[in-house]
Design a protein around this ligand. Structure first.
Ligand code: BEZ
Length: 211
């Protein structure tokens, strides 16, 4: 059965460029982002892993551990990383799983046979520090992901986890957020001391609470 939001992220052990990884132990108390790419030595994947590596500090700031995967082997990953570092002017600074037996890609439903029988699609799983799946996105092989967007979603998810807020369409860090419908009007001043606007009884906004 495929995974859904709110499900527990299945644990696994797998070989990676950083040695054998037990996923839950690797995450510890952190959040996590697990993302698959179709194959080593391919152009879009090369740019993606370079882009992800350049944003490692931003993921660290949000306490998010990164973990990539493809069904190619460890030796292939290791020599491909040299190419990524050279061409993308960075250093790959997170592990890449060598999922040759497709154990992890099967567990996370990352192979979509009607798209391609042999390779993983571009799956993204964001996992909270409670080990629950908070976000699932699937991109086709031909479209490189926007890692700035993934950071934006993590900001939104972490705001929701820590405050009773949601984020509106196209929200960016620093902009007003939406007060959760479950919050009663009388509780707003104590919970949101920066003030709030009531545009409709069901649409109430407040400045981003963690700034
Ligand atoms: C790529 O990463 O460039 C790629 C991989 C599989 C299919 C198409 C593009």
């Amino acid at each position: 059965m495929s995974l859904r939001l709110g499900d527990s992220a299945p644990n696994f052990t797998a070989d990676s460029t950083a040695g054998k990884i037990n996923f839950h132990e690797y995450l510890g108390d952190s959040w996590g982002i697990l993302f698959s790419h179709p194959a080593d030595y391919t152009p879009v994947c090369t740019t993606e892993l370079g882009a992800a590596a350049k944003l490692k500090d931003e993921f660290d700031k949000r306490n998010v551990k990164m973990l990539a995967l493809s069904v190619d082997g460890l030796e292939s990953h290791k020599s491909w990383i040299n190419d990524i570092n050279e061409t993308q002017h960075t250093t790959v600074n997170f592990p890449i799983i060598a999922d040759e037996d497709r154990k992890v890609s099967g567990l996370y439903d990352m192979i979509h046979p009607n798209s391609n029988e042999n390779f993983t699609v571009r799956s993204v799983f964001i996992i909270g520090n409670d080990k629950k799946i908070k976000l699932i996105i699937t991109y086709p092989a031909s479209t490189g992901r926007n890692f700035d967007e993934l950071l934006r979603v993590i900001d939104s998810l972490q705001l929701t986890a820590n405050y009773s807020v949601a984020t509106p369409a196209n929200w960016k860090h620093g902009e007003d957020v939406v007060i959760a419908p479950a919050i009663k009007n009388e509780d707003i001043p104590a919970k949101f001391p920066k003030g709030h606007k009531e545009i409709k009884p069901y649409l109430r906004t407040t400045p981003q609470p963690n700034l």
